[in-house]
Ligand binder design. Structure first.
Ligand code: ITT
Length: 184
């Protein structure tokens, strides 16, 4: 079985990616080493830099996932600052920021960065479009899932199997898998 080290301290991300890639006979191993996160408007350079940085540090092939929630009425906020904003203000205050907004559209984005020591990093992007709900709903998932609606239900109201069919992470990992398969 092909094994890949996934550098993340977010267990929600890890569990989802493990099940998505596990179905394709790839075993993921979690590493919580961490890496410096560039301050950029786009997630691609953050994932690319992070993957390269840990691959060279550990001298093994690694995968990272930089992701975020982009709310259109808030000009893409929290976007690349999603982890910081989740820790500092959380879903309830995001909903308060959205109180007077008619445009509820938003998207989740995940950028998978993969790097082998000595090579450049490669990145794979997945996006899922949805709506910001008016209240938190559901107890599944993690992070912003309770306020992100897809086809009428929040990601937190879905089983992980169902979220994994539509999610930004699934879409990015699918591209990563196709690339990996073409390399073998
Ligand atoms: P690592 O950097 O260690 O991987 P992190 O949680 O800090 O973990 P990011 O910097 O990529 O990860 O921040 C992403 C933020 O967006 C973080 O607050 C996540 O909880 C949230 N997020 C990412 N994917 C999500 C998803 O599928 N559902 C809900 N929230 C998500």
């Amino acid at each position: 079985m092909h094994k890949i080290v996934f550098v993340t301290s977010n267990n929600g991300k890890f569990n989802e990616a493990r099940s998505i890639l596990g179905a394709k006979k790839i075993e993921l191993l979690q590493n919580t080493e961490g890496y410096p996160e560039l301050q950029e408007d786009d997630l691609e350079p953050i994932a690319s830099f992070g993957a390269k940085w840990v691959a060279e540090k550990l001298q093994i092939p690694v995968m990272v996932d930089d992701s975020g929630l982009f709310i259109n009425a808030l000009n893409g906020f929290p976007g690349p600052y999603s982890a910081f904003v989740e820790n500092k203000i959380g879903n309830k205050k995001i909903l308060r920021l959205m109180e007077d907004e008619e445009d509820r559209t938003a998207y989740f984005k995940s950028v998978i960065g993969y790097c082998e020591p000595g090579n450049d990093a490669v990145v794979f992007t997945g996006i899922v479009k949805g709506l910001i709900s008016f209240e938190e709903r559901g107890s599944g998932g993690f992070g912003y899932d309770p306020i992100f609606e897809y086809n009428g239900r929040t990601f937190a109201e879905m089983s992980s199997e169902e979220k994994n069919k539509y999610s930004h992470r699934k879409r990015a990992l699918e591209k990563f898998f196709e690339w990996l398969s073409s390399q073998r």
